[in-house]
Write a protein that binds this ligand. Sequence first.
Ligand code: NAI
Ligand code: MG
Length: 383
Amino acid sequence: MNGTICAIPGDGIGHEVIPAAVAVLQHVAPDLRVEWAEGGYETWRRTGDALPERTLRLAREADATLFGAVSSPLQPTPGYQSAILLLRRTLDLYACVRPVRGLAVSGQRSAVSNGQHDTVGHSPLPRTGEGSGVRAVPTDLIIVRENTEGLYGGGEESDGERAVARRVITRAASTRIARLAFDMARRLGRRRVTIVHKATVLPQTDGLFREAAFAVARDYPEIVADEALVDSAAMRLAGRPESFDVIVTTNLFGDILSDIAVIHGGGLGLAPSANIGEAAAVFEPVHGSAPDIAGRGVANPLASILAGAMLLDHLGRHAEAITVRDAVAATLAGPVRTPDLGGAATTKEVAEAISYQLSAISFCSPTDSTDKKQTFQELTADS
Ligand code: NAI
Ligand code: MG
Protein backbone atom coordinates (compact mmCIF):
# COMPACT_ATOMS: atom_id res chain seq x y z
CA MET A 1 0.00 0.00 0.00
CA ASN A 2 1.52 3.34 -0.86
CA GLY A 3 1.13 6.31 1.36
CA THR A 4 -0.57 9.44 0.13
CA ILE A 5 -2.75 11.21 2.60
CA CYS A 6 -5.04 14.16 2.18
CA ALA A 7 -4.97 16.69 5.03
CA ILE A 8 -7.97 19.00 5.48
CA PRO A 9 -7.63 21.37 8.47
CA GLY A 10 -11.14 22.85 7.98
CA ASP A 11 -12.05 25.72 10.33
CA GLY A 12 -11.02 27.08 13.71
CA ILE A 13 -8.60 24.95 15.71
CA GLY A 14 -8.41 22.56 12.76
CA HIS A 15 -5.69 24.93 11.49
CA GLU A 16 -3.74 24.41 14.73
CA VAL A 17 -4.18 20.71 15.46
CA ILE A 18 -3.95 19.20 11.97
CA PRO A 19 -0.52 20.70 11.14
CA ALA A 20 0.69 19.31 14.51
CA ALA A 21 -0.71 15.87 13.68
CA VAL A 22 0.73 15.92 10.16
CA ALA A 23 4.15 16.81 11.59
CA VAL A 24 3.92 13.72 13.80
CA LEU A 25 2.95 11.54 10.83
CA GLN A 26 5.88 12.90 8.84
CA HIS A 27 8.20 12.26 11.78
CA VAL A 28 7.31 8.56 12.02
CA ALA A 29 6.60 7.97 8.32
CA PRO A 30 8.75 10.41 6.34
CA ASP A 31 7.82 8.74 3.06
CA LEU A 32 4.14 9.66 3.43
CA ARG A 33 3.04 12.14 0.79
CA VAL A 34 0.75 14.82 2.10
CA GLU A 35 -1.72 16.69 -0.08
CA TRP A 36 -3.21 19.70 1.69
CA ALA A 37 -6.75 20.63 0.81
CA GLU A 38 -9.33 23.11 1.97
CA GLY A 39 -12.94 22.81 3.05
CA GLY A 40 -15.40 24.08 5.63
CA TYR A 41 -17.39 27.15 6.50
CA GLU A 42 -14.66 29.72 5.75
CA THR A 43 -14.02 28.06 2.41
CA TRP A 44 -17.75 28.26 1.67
CA ARG A 45 -17.88 31.95 2.61
CA ARG A 46 -14.96 32.67 0.33
CA THR A 47 -15.74 30.42 -2.60
CA GLY A 48 -19.39 29.39 -2.24
CA ASP A 49 -18.28 25.77 -1.99
CA ALA A 50 -17.76 24.03 1.38
CA LEU A 51 -16.09 21.05 -0.23
CA PRO A 52 -14.31 22.12 -3.43
CA GLU A 53 -14.00 19.60 -6.25
CA ARG A 54 -10.22 19.42 -5.80
CA THR A 55 -10.63 18.50 -2.11
CA LEU A 56 -13.13 15.78 -2.90
CA ARG A 57 -10.88 14.37 -5.61
CA LEU A 58 -7.85 14.33 -3.30
CA ALA A 59 -9.83 12.67 -0.50
CA ARG A 60 -11.13 10.07 -2.93
CA GLU A 61 -7.70 9.35 -4.41
CA ALA A 62 -5.68 9.40 -1.19
CA ASP A 63 -5.05 6.25 0.82
CA ALA A 64 -6.62 8.05 3.75
CA THR A 65 -7.67 11.54 4.81
CA LEU A 66 -6.95 13.42 8.03
CA PHE A 67 -9.68 15.94 8.74
CA GLY A 68 -9.70 18.68 11.39
CA ALA A 69 -13.11 20.14 12.10
CA VAL A 70 -15.56 22.49 10.49
CA SER A 71 -17.87 25.13 11.88
CA SER A 72 -21.57 25.06 11.16
CA PRO A 73 -23.80 28.08 11.67
CA LEU A 74 -26.61 27.53 14.20
CA GLN A 75 -29.24 29.03 11.89
CA PRO A 76 -30.14 27.29 8.63
CA THR A 77 -27.92 28.90 6.02
CA PRO A 78 -29.17 28.49 2.45
CA GLY A 79 -26.58 26.86 0.25
CA TYR A 80 -24.27 25.76 3.06
CA GLN A 81 -23.65 22.14 3.90
CA SER A 82 -21.13 20.82 6.41
CA ALA A 83 -17.98 19.64 4.62
CA ILE A 84 -17.60 16.59 6.86
CA LEU A 85 -21.21 15.53 6.29
CA LEU A 86 -20.67 16.00 2.56
CA LEU A 87 -17.50 13.92 2.70
CA ARG A 88 -19.22 11.13 4.65
CA ARG A 89 -22.12 11.07 2.21
CA THR A 90 -20.18 11.46 -1.03
CA LEU A 91 -17.54 8.89 -0.12
CA ASP A 92 -20.17 6.61 1.47
CA LEU A 93 -18.27 6.46 4.76
CA TYR A 94 -20.88 4.22 6.32
CA ALA A 95 -19.14 3.39 9.59
CA CYS A 96 -18.07 5.75 12.31
CA VAL A 97 -15.63 3.99 14.60
CA ARG A 98 -14.62 5.45 17.94
CA PRO A 99 -12.23 3.62 20.20
CA VAL A 100 -12.29 4.76 23.81
CA ARG A 101 -9.49 3.81 26.10
CA GLY A 102 -8.81 5.06 29.58
CA LEU A 103 -5.79 7.25 29.00
CA ALA A 104 -3.65 7.95 32.01
CA VAL A 105 -3.09 11.65 32.47
CA SER A 106 -0.50 12.64 35.01
CA GLY A 107 -2.04 14.19 38.08
CA GLN A 108 -5.57 13.84 36.75
CA ARG A 109 -7.98 11.46 38.41
CA SER A 110 -10.39 9.91 36.02
CA ALA A 111 -14.08 10.23 36.64
CA VAL A 112 -14.41 6.47 36.64
CA SER A 113 -11.28 5.63 38.51
CA ASN A 114 -12.08 3.99 41.81
CA GLY A 115 -8.72 2.65 42.80
CA GLN A 116 -9.70 -0.93 42.05
CA HIS A 117 -8.27 -0.89 38.57
CA ASP A 118 -4.70 0.26 38.45
CA THR A 119 -3.86 -0.89 35.00
CA VAL A 120 -5.28 -0.22 31.62
CA GLY A 121 -5.76 -3.88 30.84
CA HIS A 122 -4.88 -4.36 27.23
CA SER A 123 -3.92 -0.80 26.54
CA PRO A 124 -0.52 -0.06 25.05
CA LEU A 125 -0.20 2.72 27.57
CA PRO A 126 2.31 2.42 30.37
CA ARG A 127 1.14 0.78 33.53
CA THR A 128 1.05 3.16 36.37
CA GLY A 129 2.11 2.66 39.92
CA GLU A 130 0.82 3.80 43.25
CA GLY A 131 1.92 7.26 44.15
CA SER A 132 2.87 8.16 40.62
CA GLY A 133 -0.01 10.57 40.40
CA VAL A 134 -1.15 8.65 37.35
CA ARG A 135 -4.40 6.81 37.58
CA ALA A 136 -5.49 4.53 34.80
CA VAL A 137 -9.05 3.46 34.13
CA PRO A 138 -10.27 0.16 32.78
CA THR A 139 -12.27 1.51 29.83
CA ASP A 140 -11.33 -0.16 26.59
CA LEU A 141 -14.20 -0.21 24.16
CA ILE A 142 -15.07 0.56 20.57
CA ILE A 143 -18.28 2.15 19.38
CA VAL A 144 -19.33 1.37 15.83
CA ARG A 145 -22.02 3.72 14.62
CA GLU A 146 -24.03 3.47 11.41
CA ASN A 147 -23.24 6.70 9.63
CA THR A 148 -25.63 7.01 6.70
CA GLU A 149 -29.24 6.65 7.75
CA GLY A 150 -31.47 6.65 10.86
CA LEU A 151 -32.67 10.07 11.91
CA TYR A 152 -29.88 11.75 9.94
CA GLY A 153 -30.82 10.36 6.58
CA GLY A 154 -34.59 10.60 6.35
CA GLY A 155 -35.23 14.31 6.01
CA GLU A 156 -37.42 16.62 8.05
CA GLU A 157 -40.52 18.65 7.32
CA SER A 158 -42.42 21.28 9.21
CA ASP A 159 -45.45 23.53 8.69
CA GLY A 160 -44.37 25.70 11.58
CA GLU A 161 -46.67 23.97 14.06
CA ARG A 162 -45.81 20.36 13.52
CA ALA A 163 -42.40 19.09 12.56
CA VAL A 164 -41.65 15.54 11.49
CA ALA A 165 -38.34 13.72 11.10
CA ARG A 166 -38.22 10.45 9.23
CA ARG A 167 -36.09 7.68 10.66
CA VAL A 168 -35.00 5.34 7.91
CA ILE A 169 -33.48 1.96 8.72
CA THR A 170 -32.67 -0.54 6.00
CA ARG A 171 -31.70 -4.16 6.22
CA ALA A 172 -28.80 -3.52 3.84
CA ALA A 173 -27.21 -0.75 5.91
CA SER A 174 -27.87 -2.56 9.19
CA THR A 175 -26.26 -5.72 7.86
CA ARG A 176 -23.28 -3.79 6.50
CA ILE A 177 -22.54 -2.01 9.78
CA ALA A 178 -23.02 -5.18 11.84
CA ARG A 179 -20.69 -7.04 9.50
CA LEU A 180 -18.01 -4.37 9.97
CA ALA A 181 -18.43 -4.48 13.77
CA PHE A 182 -18.21 -8.28 14.02
CA ASP A 183 -15.33 -8.47 11.52
CA MET A 184 -13.46 -5.87 13.51
CA ALA A 185 -14.18 -7.68 16.78
CA ARG A 186 -12.83 -10.89 15.27
CA ARG A 187 -9.68 -9.28 13.91
CA LEU A 188 -8.91 -7.41 17.11
CA GLY A 189 -9.57 -10.40 19.35
CA ARG A 190 -12.59 -8.81 21.00
CA ARG A 191 -14.99 -11.14 22.78
CA ARG A 192 -18.34 -9.37 22.84
CA VAL A 193 -20.44 -7.21 20.56
CA THR A 194 -23.42 -5.45 22.12
CA ILE A 195 -26.23 -4.50 19.76
CA VAL A 196 -27.78 -1.28 21.09
CA HIS A 197 -31.31 -0.31 20.03
CA LYS A 198 -34.74 0.66 21.30
CA ALA A 199 -36.81 -1.99 19.59
CA THR A 200 -39.28 -1.94 22.47
CA VAL A 201 -40.71 1.40 21.31
CA LEU A 202 -39.44 1.35 17.73
CA PRO A 203 -40.35 -2.22 16.75
CA GLN A 204 -40.27 -1.53 13.02
CA THR A 205 -37.08 0.49 12.59
CA ASP A 206 -35.01 -0.79 15.49
CA GLY A 207 -36.67 -4.18 15.24
CA LEU A 208 -35.20 -4.41 11.73
CA PHE A 209 -31.77 -3.22 12.88
CA ARG A 210 -31.76 -5.72 15.74
CA GLU A 211 -32.86 -8.61 13.55
CA ALA A 212 -30.26 -7.81 10.87
CA ALA A 213 -27.46 -7.49 13.44
CA PHE A 214 -28.30 -10.78 15.16
CA ALA A 215 -28.44 -12.48 11.75
CA VAL A 216 -24.87 -11.31 11.10
CA ALA A 217 -23.84 -12.46 14.60
CA ARG A 218 -24.62 -16.06 13.68
CA ASP A 219 -21.52 -16.06 11.43
CA TYR A 220 -19.29 -15.25 14.43
CA PRO A 221 -19.91 -18.05 16.93
CA GLU A 222 -16.77 -17.25 18.91
CA ILE A 223 -18.02 -13.74 19.69
CA VAL A 224 -20.74 -13.21 22.28
CA ALA A 225 -23.54 -11.15 20.75
CA ASP A 226 -25.79 -9.50 23.29
CA GLU A 227 -28.10 -6.51 23.28
CA ALA A 228 -29.01 -3.47 25.36
CA LEU A 229 -31.72 -0.83 25.17
CA VAL A 230 -30.14 2.52 24.44
CA ASP A 231 -31.20 4.21 27.68
CA SER A 232 -29.84 1.47 29.89
CA ALA A 233 -26.75 1.29 27.67
CA ALA A 234 -26.21 5.01 28.29
CA MET A 235 -26.38 4.52 32.05
CA ARG A 236 -24.02 1.56 31.93
CA LEU A 237 -21.65 3.43 29.68
CA ALA A 238 -21.53 6.34 32.11
CA GLY A 239 -20.99 4.21 35.20
CA ARG A 240 -19.52 0.89 34.11
CA PRO A 241 -17.78 1.41 30.77
CA GLU A 242 -15.68 -1.69 31.39
CA SER A 243 -18.82 -3.79 30.91
CA PHE A 244 -18.66 -3.07 27.16
CA ASP A 245 -16.26 -4.36 24.55
CA VAL A 246 -17.66 -3.46 21.09
CA ILE A 247 -20.96 -1.62 20.66
CA VAL A 248 -22.81 -1.48 17.34
CA THR A 249 -25.74 0.86 16.96
CA THR A 250 -27.71 3.20 14.75
CA ASN A 251 -26.75 6.74 13.80
CA LEU A 252 -28.23 9.02 16.49
CA PHE A 253 -27.80 6.54 19.33
CA GLY A 254 -24.19 6.09 18.28
CA ASP A 255 -23.64 9.83 18.20
CA ILE A 256 -24.89 10.26 21.76
CA LEU A 257 -23.26 7.15 23.22
CA SER A 258 -19.91 8.09 21.66
CA ASP A 259 -19.93 11.44 23.39
CA ILE A 260 -20.72 9.82 26.75
CA ALA A 261 -17.89 7.37 26.22
CA VAL A 262 -15.44 10.16 25.43
CA ILE A 263 -15.50 11.18 29.10
CA HIS A 264 -13.76 7.93 29.99
CA GLY A 265 -11.02 8.56 27.45
CA GLY A 266 -9.91 11.86 28.99
CA GLY A 267 -12.31 14.17 27.17
CA LEU A 268 -12.61 15.72 23.73
CA GLY A 269 -8.95 16.68 23.58
CA LEU A 270 -7.99 13.00 23.45
CA ALA A 271 -10.78 11.46 21.36
CA PRO A 272 -10.09 10.26 17.81
CA SER A 273 -12.51 8.69 15.33
CA ALA A 274 -12.60 7.05 11.95
CA ASN A 275 -15.13 7.25 9.13
CA ILE A 276 -14.80 4.10 7.08
CA GLY A 277 -16.20 3.27 3.66
CA GLU A 278 -15.56 0.62 1.02
CA ALA A 279 -13.22 2.86 -0.96
CA ALA A 280 -12.15 5.69 1.33
CA ALA A 281 -11.49 6.50 4.97
CA VAL A 282 -11.42 9.80 6.85
CA PHE A 283 -9.85 10.12 10.29
CA GLU A 284 -10.69 13.03 12.57
CA PRO A 285 -10.72 14.23 16.14
CA VAL A 286 -14.18 13.95 17.68
CA HIS A 287 -14.15 17.60 18.68
CA GLY A 288 -15.35 20.52 16.58
CA SER A 289 -13.70 23.76 15.51
CA ALA A 290 -13.78 25.20 19.09
CA PRO A 291 -14.33 28.86 18.13
CA ASP A 292 -13.97 29.83 21.81
CA ILE A 293 -10.26 29.00 21.79
CA ALA A 294 -9.41 29.12 18.07
CA GLY A 295 -6.43 31.28 17.19
CA ARG A 296 -4.99 31.26 20.72
CA GLY A 297 -2.62 28.36 20.15
CA VAL A 298 -3.88 26.37 23.15
CA ALA A 299 -5.92 23.63 21.45
CA ASN A 300 -5.00 20.11 22.43
CA PRO A 301 -3.50 18.41 19.35
CA LEU A 302 -3.56 14.90 20.87
CA ALA A 303 -7.00 13.88 19.53
CA SER A 304 -5.78 14.66 16.02
CA ILE A 305 -2.47 12.93 16.66
CA LEU A 306 -4.34 9.82 17.87
CA ALA A 307 -6.56 10.07 14.77
CA GLY A 308 -3.28 10.05 12.85
CA ALA A 309 -2.33 6.81 14.64
CA MET A 310 -5.61 5.24 13.51
CA LEU A 311 -4.82 6.42 9.99
CA LEU A 312 -1.41 4.72 10.16
CA ASP A 313 -3.10 1.47 11.22
CA HIS A 314 -5.45 1.84 8.29
CA LEU A 315 -2.43 2.13 5.99
CA GLY A 316 -1.07 -1.08 7.52
CA ARG A 317 1.70 0.83 9.28
CA HIS A 318 1.12 -0.65 12.72
CA ALA A 319 4.64 -0.16 14.06
CA GLU A 320 4.46 3.57 13.38
CA ALA A 321 0.95 3.72 14.87
CA ILE A 322 2.19 2.10 18.08
CA THR A 323 5.12 4.51 18.20
CA VAL A 324 2.74 7.46 18.01
CA ARG A 325 0.49 6.06 20.77
CA ASP A 326 3.52 5.39 22.95
CA ALA A 327 4.69 8.97 22.46
CA VAL A 328 1.24 10.27 23.40
CA ALA A 329 1.17 8.05 26.50
CA ALA A 330 4.64 9.16 27.54
CA THR A 331 3.73 12.81 27.05
CA LEU A 332 0.54 12.44 29.09
CA ALA A 333 2.56 10.94 31.91
CA GLY A 334 4.62 14.14 32.03
CA PRO A 335 3.79 17.73 32.89
CA VAL A 336 3.31 19.20 29.39
CA ARG A 337 -0.45 19.51 28.88
CA THR A 338 -2.87 21.94 27.32
CA PRO A 339 -5.42 23.74 29.55
CA ASP A 340 -8.26 21.26 28.80
CA LEU A 341 -6.18 18.66 30.65
CA GLY A 342 -5.36 21.00 33.48
CA GLY A 343 -2.02 22.22 32.14
CA ALA A 344 -0.72 25.49 30.78
CA ALA A 345 1.10 24.33 27.67
CA THR A 346 0.41 25.54 24.16
CA THR A 347 -0.40 23.37 21.14
CA LYS A 348 3.15 23.93 19.95
CA GLU A 349 4.68 22.88 23.27
CA VAL A 350 2.67 19.65 23.30
CA ALA A 351 3.72 19.01 19.69
CA GLU A 352 7.35 19.55 20.71
CA ALA A 353 6.94 17.18 23.67
CA ILE A 354 5.56 14.53 21.31
CA SER A 355 8.41 15.09 18.91
CA TYR A 356 10.88 14.72 21.81
CA GLN A 357 9.20 11.45 22.84
CA LEU A 358 9.26 10.17 19.25
CA SER A 359 12.98 10.85 19.04
CA ALA A 360 13.50 9.14 22.42
CA ILE A 361 11.48 6.10 21.30
CA SER A 362 13.41 5.74 18.06
CA PHE A 363 16.69 6.18 19.97
CA CYS A 364 15.84 3.49 22.54
CA SER A 365 15.00 -0.06 21.60
CA PRO A 366 11.36 -0.57 20.67
CA THR A 367 9.01 -0.87 23.62
CA ASP A 368 7.12 -4.09 24.20
CA SER A 369 3.78 -2.38 23.96
CA THR A 370 2.77 -4.12 20.79
CA ASP A 371 -0.62 -5.29 21.90
CA LYS A 372 -2.37 -5.92 18.62
CA LYS A 373 -5.75 -5.78 20.28
CA GLN A 374 -5.39 -2.06 20.39
CA THR A 375 -4.41 -1.47 16.82
CA PHE A 376 -6.89 -1.08 14.08
CA GLN A 377 -5.05 -3.75 12.25
CA GLU A 378 -6.88 -4.95 9.22
CA LEU A 379 -9.89 -2.99 10.33
CA THR A 380 -10.70 -2.33 6.74
CA ALA A 381 -8.51 -4.93 5.11
CA ASP A 382 -11.38 -6.20 3.02
CA SER A 383 -12.62 -2.76 2.13
P1 NAI B 1 -16.31 21.79 20.07
O1 NAI B 1 -15.87 20.36 20.12
O2 NAI B 1 -15.75 22.62 19.00
O3 NAI B 1 -15.98 22.49 21.48
C1 NAI B 1 -16.57 22.08 22.72
C2 NAI B 1 -15.68 22.56 23.88
O4 NAI B 1 -14.50 21.76 23.93
C3 NAI B 1 -15.22 23.99 23.71
O5 NAI B 1 -15.17 24.61 24.98
C4 NAI B 1 -13.81 23.85 23.15
O6 NAI B 1 -12.97 24.92 23.49
C5 NAI B 1 -13.35 22.55 23.76
N1 NAI B 1 -12.43 21.82 22.87
C6 NAI B 1 -12.76 21.16 21.75
N2 NAI B 1 -11.68 20.65 21.18
C7 NAI B 1 -10.64 21.00 21.95
C8 NAI B 1 -9.24 20.77 21.86
N3 NAI B 1 -8.68 20.06 20.86
N4 NAI B 1 -8.45 21.29 22.82
C9 NAI B 1 -8.98 21.98 23.83
N5 NAI B 1 -10.29 22.24 23.97
C10 NAI B 1 -11.11 21.75 23.03
O7 NAI B 1 -17.90 21.76 20.00
P2 NAI B 1 -18.94 22.97 19.86
O8 NAI B 1 -18.47 24.14 20.64
O9 NAI B 1 -20.24 22.37 20.16
O10 NAI B 1 -18.94 23.34 18.32
C11 NAI B 1 -18.12 24.33 17.73
C12 NAI B 1 -18.25 24.24 16.23
O11 NAI B 1 -17.69 22.99 15.80
C13 NAI B 1 -19.69 24.28 15.75
O12 NAI B 1 -19.75 25.08 14.61
C14 NAI B 1 -19.99 22.83 15.43
O13 NAI B 1 -20.95 22.70 14.40
C15 NAI B 1 -18.63 22.33 14.97
N6 NAI B 1 -18.42 20.89 15.12
C16 NAI B 1 -17.79 20.25 14.10
C17 NAI B 1 -17.49 18.92 14.18
C18 NAI B 1 -16.76 18.28 13.05
O14 NAI B 1 -16.23 18.97 12.21
N7 NAI B 1 -16.69 16.96 12.98
C19 NAI B 1 -17.86 18.11 15.35
C20 NAI B 1 -18.48 18.89 16.41
C21 NAI B 1 -18.76 20.23 16.27
MG1 MG C 1 -21.34 14.33 18.08
